[in-house]
Design a protein around this ligand. Structure first.
Ligand SMILES: [Zn+2]
Length: 276
């Protein structure tokens, strides 16, 4: 179900499915200055197609490769709408990797791109790299209107789960960089318009760093990752179980430990940074 919500100059296209509503989950694309930001998920292809038949967009910008953001690039390309995105995002949507059943049931799977969309850029909307959630993650920054479309950079303050290739330390660096821009408005892909934009982004970065400290102090005592998870973040919740480990608290702990090894703070470690 695609629902239009107006915020002055910004239109929110709020997308959900019967399954996603059961778990109180939704994802939004936005339209500002005649540009669509993100493309919603594959199950909404028909509704988005109908919306595009009645509403003109000049182009689209895509924040990252996940199917609930990049899921309808093929539709836009077929309609002749140019799409701006990182090279890495385009490479990923050309041949999407298979996704877990949990995500397939919720959002649907994106088909490989039959044709690349024409490239797109907008002078007032900058795609800024903000890696962490994924290595190709970008936000869209409208400096003139002090408005940030933050994709999946935020999602919530105390997000205790991560996917296996997530770099949680990268997320904190990206959050701090966005706080430095002092955005007056932040539109999150899952939470919509944040009521306290700078405060929310800062609270998330602070909370995550507090968790990193606790995780590291237990690791210093030689605790294994599952024990650290139970002590710091708690046992897996429904999402961890339902996604068969695709999104889990253990991944959060392991991302902290892997990036710590990469930073060289663990003597003798030769581990590399988490791959994507
Ligand atoms: Zn994502």
């Amino acid at each position: 179900m695609l629902r239009a919500i107006h915020h002055g100059d910004v239109l929110q296209l709020h997308g959900s499915t019967r399954v996603s509503r059961l778990i109180d989950y939704a994802v939004s694309a936005y339209v500002v200055r005649g540009v669509m930001i993100d493309t919603s998920f594959p199950y909404l292809r028909g509704e988005l197609d109908a919306w595009l038949a009645h509403n003109r967009v000049e182009g689209a910008l895509v924040t990252h490769r996940h199917e609930d953001h990049a899921g309808n690039i093929a539709l836009l390309a077929a309609r002749g709408i140019p799409v701006g995105m990182a090279t890495e995002t385009l490479a990923s949507v050309r041949s999407p990797r298979s996704i877990g059943m949990y995500r397939r049931v919720t959002w649907g799977s994106a088909a490989p791109l039959p044709q690349d969309p024409a490239p797109f850029a907008h002078s007032a909307l900058a795609l800024l790299p903000t890696p962490g959630h994924t290595s190709d993650h970008h936000v869209v920054w409208d400096a003139e209107r002090e408005t940030l479309f933050c994709g999946d950079l935020f999602i919530g303050v105390k997000v205790r789960i991560a996917h296996p290739r997530e770099d949680v330390r990268g997320t904190v660096s990206s959050l701090r960089a966005m706080v430095a821009l002092r955005p007056a408005r932040v539109f999150d892909a899952h939470r919509g318009l944040l009521t306290n934009p700078v405060g929310s982004l800062t609270a998330k970065a602070d909370w995550m760093e507090e968790m990193f400290g606790r995780i590291e102090s237990h690791a210093d005592r030689g605790w294994p990752a599952p024990r650290i998870r139970d002590a710091v973040l708690g046992r897996e919740d429904l999402t961890g179980w339902a996604s068969a480990g695709d999104y889990s608290r253990l991944n959060f702990v392991e991302s902290v430990l892997a990036s710590r090894a990469a930073l060289g703070t663990v003597p003798g470690s030769t581990a590399g940074p988490p791959g994507e």
